[in-house]
Design a protein around this ligand. Structure first.
Ligand code: DI6
Ligand code: FE
Length: 397
């Protein structure tokens, strides 16, 4: 495949967006073999049948690096309760919140979970997404955690999309372990992690480090097992309060620390030293009507890569739009449109440990999105408008 007359947001060269005007991209199999200005296109990459993109913008395929898109039921009633005055934490402590989705997920069949998940995945694909991370964490028993992860893996056999799984057994304390989070970690979460890993279902290990979930000592026990199994870690950290999850994640060389609204400049330095990505989730900030902004300037100052993701989940971020997430990242967190696009391409890929995608250059997977726009800033600028023209997944469209 040869794409011609494209405006490339390559993130693989100098200048904003790594922009290359009037560019060509040559693809062989599932790889990009050449990308650059049309005038430099080598003879061996010229093809009889080129696809003339007539100046359209081409970006790397989008990466949604933090989702909980496999789950049962929905939580529209909690949305009502919050608007009638209850807080997210009050609802969680009263047995609602994550635990109510746990009940619906345990009751759902694998087929039912897959069917629901595919509707959300299809919405993402329609916006040019080519790689998606999917977490467990609504089972909180071995059987249902494994069911969720099997469903997540099945998505990739039903659709042209890469799925990365994260084991999130340490997401909440289930009712049967109420008041005994340590018992839950040792008797359920860790054994379930070992079982899921033995079945090849785990690409990374996640946790929710928060007052309503698990503390750093409990997360350390889970991460010690991840390390023993050779699995990378990531953590929901500093979303609603400062508990030290970001520093813990950095100590384990995490792929990412996620949410991080309450992270400090010291946390930013720790992430930079560890090479961990800060994953910003403006959909959850928006939905929960939070006011504490993540320390974006400290991340910039320390050179921490910032990714953006939907956090697609039934409670705090019932959203499947990565384009809207980009807009929220700019409007709510004051990211630049270039940072927002990097956040859903190269930095999103880094947050998943995927070094082979997220930029347009030779050797990268040919996951691309072609947009009916003139400038890449338009992707973050509009609200509720999808300008996708074509999506190329592994060299196929
Ligand atoms: N933080 C979140 O934003 C999601 N999980 C988490 O640990 C929320 C999950 C939910 O409310 O169902
Ligand atoms: Fe989350």
């Amino acid at each position: 495949m040869l794409l011609t007359h494209a405006r490339l947001a390559s993130f693989a060269g100098p200048g904003r967006y790594g922009l290359i005007e009037d560019a060509a991209v040559a693809i062989t199999g599932d790889r990009i073999v050449w990308a650059g200005p049309m005038s430099d296109l080598p003879e061996q990459h010229r093809r009889d049948e080129a696809r003339d993109l007539q100046g359209r913008v081409v970006t790397p395929g989008l990466v949604d690096c933090h989702t909980h898109l496999v789950f049962g039921g929905n939580r529209a009633q909690e949305f009502e309760m919050r608007l009638e005055g209850a807080t997210y934490e009050e609802i969680a402590r009263a047995g609602g919140g994550i635990v109510s989705t746990v009940g619906a997920t345990r009751a759902a069949s694998a087929e039912g979970l897959l069917g629901d998940a595919l509707r959300r995945v299809d919405a993402m694909i329609a916006e040019g997404v080519t790689s998606i991370e999917v977490k467990s964490g609504y089972g909180l028993d071995t059987e249902t955690e494994l069911r969720m992860l099997r469903v997540a893996r099945q998505i990739a056999s039903q659709r042209d999309v890469t799925i990365c799984t994260s084991f999130l057994g340490a997401h909440a304390v289930p009712p049967e372990y109420s008041g005994n989070p340590d018992g839950y970690i040792d008797e359920v979460a860790i054994p379930a992690l070992r079982a899921a890993h033995a079945e090849g279902l785990v690409d990374a290990v996640d946790g929710f480090c928060e007052g309503i979930a698990f503390d750093t000592a409990q997360m350390t026990r889970v991460f010690d097992v991840a390390r023993e199994l050779g699995l990378p870690v990531k953590l929901h950290a500093e979303q609603l309060s400062h508990l030290g999850g970001t520093a813990l994640a950095a100590r384990f060389g995490a792929l990412s620390a996620d949410h991080v609204e309450y992270a400090t400049p010291e946390d930013a330095r720790a992430l930079a030293d560890a090479g961990s990505v800060a994953v910003l989730l403006p959909g959850a900030f928006y939905t929960l009507h939070e006011t504490q902004m993540p320390p974006v300037q400290a991340f910039r100052d320390h050179g921490v890569a910032m990714a953006l993701a939907t956090d697609c989940n039934p409670g705090s971020s019932p959203m499947a739009s990565l384009l809207l997430t980009m807009n929220m990242g700019c409007t709510l967190f004051r990211l630049t449109p270039e940072e927002a696009l990097a956040g859903v391409t190269c930095h999103g890929a880094a947050a998943l440990g995927l070094a082979d995608r997220g930029r347009i250059k030779p050797g990268q997977r040919a996951d691309l999105a072609v947009w009916d726009i003139e400038h890449p800033a338009e992707l973050a600028y509009r609200i509720g408008f999808n300008p996708l023209h074509a999506r190329i997944f592994g060299g196929r469209s």
